[in-house]
Ligand binder design. Structure first.
Ligand SMILES: Cc1ncc(COP(=O)(O)O)c(C=O)c1O
Length: 407
């Protein structure tokens, strides 16, 4: 059974692709592409600059997109900052904290070994830049963050606890609420990378526990070029943006050799320059599409496909090693594996000949792969609402053939 009409996704129907790479980026339904094209052709102009009809219309569409994203994650529209992608959203959160003196020499930042480079790298660099110490929660034998070590690592110098909500390798979702509770008891700020969680599971930022949440439009049926940083409004209101420019200020005056700047209210003070206007319209349409299907149904659908893939892979051959938990209750939407004696690229190319698209390599999670002894990488199949059971069957059949052929 598929959850979404496959006709909405021309690459599946017209190109016959078995698309199992949604964790990297999802396919786009016609509705999203058409909404963007319509807007670009008939309603486009720059936003927040003009008094003419088109500009007012475009500004309204752009502001409405903030409302749509806010509704989707249970936040306020003015807590939604549009950026380019998750990577940029995490850097914006971290740079904002640094710029406002929140993280200084001698302070500590906690990340985990399971995190994506988009999170580990910016936080490591900021730590180095200000002379703070980076603390890394190691992984367990299953490749999950060893969160039980958090109480022994966190301390009064900890200023930021940052981590991926759901791993793009193991599909395991950490308990944000529990981690945030411990972090907040130490007055640390919690930055959550929601790139793999927001598109796939119900998120309500009011209950999540995070102070910042980052995610990407292109991983949730939306276009590339738009991502979101959600931040708690009381924090955003107190913080100056690290990046200034057009649209971020209400008034600027020369003050001797300095500038006297009156910042715009959030979110505008954090959205520098001309924003991703057409992309915001596409993201709104993507959210409406996801809402029509229902995020809880999407989660359940992925659970069924994950369970099926895990069970079938486990039964194939002893050379097949699944990375991460085998327990289907501990992972959703992502199944990563290796085949002993074969390179992930060789497997990926074999699958490609059968029009099955998977991801191969280290998935921007080198520390996780190294820690588990898979430094040559792995093969990742990831699922979304347009996948069906027969996609999993096609994958398993192709891997079975590969194993038989490769001896
Ligand atoms: C967990 C996680 N974080 C961050 C990213 C980066 O997303 P983007 O490339 O949209 O910045 C990804 C993308 O694969 C991801 O899986």
């Amino acid at each position: 059974m598929c959850l979404a009409p496959r006709e909405d996704f021309p690459e599946i129907i017209d190109r016959g692709v078995v698309y199992l790479d949604s964790a990297a980026s999802t396919l786009k339904p016609r509705q999203v592409i058409e909404a963007m094209a319509r807007f670009a052709m008939y309603s486009y102009s720059n936003v927040h600059r003009g008094v003419y009809g088109l500009s007012i219309e475009a500004s309204k569409a752009y502001e409405d997109s903030h409302e749509d994203v806010a509704r989707f994650i249970g936040g306020r529209w003015d807590e939604i900052i549009f950026v380019r992608n998750t990577s940029e959203a995490i850097q914006l959160a971290a740079l904002t904290l640094m710029f406002n003196g929140y993280i200084q020499k001698g302070d500590e930042i906690i990340v985990t070994q399971a995190d994506h480079h988009s999170l580990i790298i910016p936080l490591a660099r900021i730590a180095k830049f200000v002379g703070a110490r980076l603390r890394i929660i190691p992984i367990t034998a299953e490749g999950l963050p060893a969160w039980d070590l958090l109480p022994s690592i966190i301390n009064k110098r900890t200023r930021i606890v940052a981590f991926s909500h759901k791993s793009n390798v193991t599909g395991y979702a950490s308990d944000v609420k529990q981690i945030a509770k411990i972090a907040h008891e130490h007055n640390a700020i919690v930055i959550v990378d929601g790139a793999q969680s927001v598109p796939h599971m119900k998120i309500d930022v009011k209950n999540l526990g995070a102070d910042f949440l980052a995610f990407s439009g292109h991983k949730m049926l939306g276009p590339t070029g738009i991502g979101v940083l959600w931040g708690r409004i009381d924090l955003l209101e107190r913080l100056e943006p690290p990046l200034g420019g057009g649209g971020t200020v209400r008034r600027v005056k020369l003050a001797g050799e300095d500038l006297d700047i009156l910042w715009e209210e959030p979110p505008w003070r954090f959205e520098t320059g001309t924003p991703p206007i057409i992309e915001a319209v596409g993201l709104s349409e993507a959210i409406r599409y996801l809402e029509r299907i229902g995020i809880d149904r999407i989660y359940e659908h992925e659970r069924i496909l994950t369970r099926m893939a895990l069970r079938s892979l486990g039964e194939l051959d002893e050379r097949v090693k699944v990375i991460g938990p085998m327990d289907p209750d501990k992972r959703v939407g992502i199944v990563t594996f290796t085949i002993k004696g074969s390179s992930p690229e060789a497997i990926g190319m074999w699958l490609d000949k059968r029009r099955i698209a998977v991801r191969t390599g280290l998935h921007c999670a080198h520390a996780l792969h190294d820690g588990l002894g898979y430094s040559d990488g792995s093969v990742r199949a990831s699922f979304y609402l347009y996948n069906c059971e027969n996609d999993i069957e096609a994958l398993i059949k192709a891997i079975d053939d590969y194993i038989k052929t490769s001896g």
